[in-house]
Design a protein around this ligand. Structure first.
Ligand code: NAD
Length: 326
């Protein structure tokens, strides 16, 4: 593989106006990389980049990458992050999710191929489905229901991984695949349906905090700054992956809800509601490969990440609930 400038001189980020995309853009700009951000604003918003939109190194372009991807000039790195990611979004947008995972990924890979750029696919722990191996190492093939409601997301990402691998083996594109486990932090949407923003919103409003099932199912949650660092390590490594990036510190959903109530100082009580179909029972990354291949380990403790997230939500919700402050 070719030697690449590190940090990259010019990067394309698809899904730039989303939760993770906006944090990646911010970090790339701070490292001196010029960024072209592509986003259709399907589930993201330009408000997520309002604080850097005047940065001379950023060009934010509205574009649906399932239609086409055209970026003039040199590009060293393509970070492909466009896709609805929250269950609430992809259940509402099943075809869009399948299209961005398939056609959108093909277009983003085509861009990397044309430019001779490194390509990083944002895959997901959802490729493991409701796992029968715990914790999940990268070698585990997963336990996914292709025709269940979550299949549109899980299978789109599994297909995207297969396509990325084929572009590497058949076209020689320098690809990397990151399997991202649940990540949280500022700029999640209060109504995106994921557990932490939902709990924080409910607790700040003094409403019951709704825990699915008995709340004994587990999640391992990673603070966004740790994830971004891991992704950029993978981007500069030349490693093909797939590599799990996530925090192996496993918590029950009930414990997450209780900690959110404590962190917000709320008097909210827990309310137990039905479990979604095919909701995974356990989730914890095996991060040995990330440690060995990238020298990566999470650094932000759950309590610290939660405190920063609560502080951000307090301000965002006070501002009208749009999640616009950064
Ligand atoms: P998000 O919904 O906040 O961001 C996704 C962005 O992609 C949005 O800005 C949206 O408008 C854009 N987008 C969607 N379809 C598009 C299209 N056809 N063309 C152009 N832009 C389009 O979600 P996120 O949490 O930031 O997730 C980003 C990526 O990371 C996704 O690929 C997701 O699957 C992956 N991921 C996220 C997590 C997590 O915990 N947040 C976990 C695993 C994987």
């Amino acid at each position: 593989m070719t030697t690449r400038p590190d940090p990259p001189r010019r990067a394309v980020v698809t899904g730039a106006a989303g939760f993770l995309g906006s944090h990646l853009v911010e970090e790339l700009l701070s490292r001196g990389t010029e960024v072209v951000g592509l986003d259709s604003f399907l589930t993201g918003t330009p408000a997520n980049l309002a604080h850097v939109v005047e940065h001379p190194g950023l060009r934010l372009v509205r574009c649906d990458i399932t239609d086409y991807v055209h970026v003039p000039g040199d590009v060293d790195l393509v970070l492909h992050f466009a896709s609805p990611a929250s269950p609430v979004d992809y259940l509402k947008l099943p075809i869009e999710t399948l299209k961005v995972g398939s056609i959108g990924t093909m277009h983003a890979l085509g861009l990397a191929k044309d430019k001779g750029a490194r390509f990083v696919l944002a895959s997901t722990s959802e490729v493991y489905g409701d796992p029968q191996v715990h914790p999940q190492p990268e070698e585990y093939w997963g336990h996914v229901n292709p025709v269940g409601p979550r299949g549109v997301y899980d299978e789109a990402k599994r297909y995207a991984e297969a396509l990325t691998t084929a572009y590497r083996t058949s076209h020689g594109v320098d690809t990397g695949i990151v399997r991202i486990f649940n990540t949280f932090g500022p700029r999640m949407r209060p109504h995106d349906g994921r557990a932490i923003p939902t709990f924080v919103r409910q607790a700040l409003a003094g409403e019951p905090v709704t825990v699915a099932g008995d709340g004994l199912q587990t999640r391992s949650v990673c603070y966004v700054d740790d994830l971004v660092r891991g992704i950029l390590l993978l981007a500069s490594s030349g490693h093909a992956g797939p590599v799990n990036i996530g925090n192996p510190h496993e918590l029950t959903v009930r414990r997450i809800a209780e900690d959110v109530i404590a962190a917000t100082g709320s008097s909210s009580e827990l309310a137990f509601v039905g479990r979604p179909v095919d909701d995974p029972q356990v989730r914890r990354p095996d991060t040995r490969l990330a440690a060995e291949a990238l020298g990566w380990a999470p650094e932000v403790a759950w309590e610290d990440g939660l405190a920063r997230t609560v502080a951000w939500f307090r301000e965002a919700l006070a501002d009208g609930g749009t999640g616009s402050p950064t």
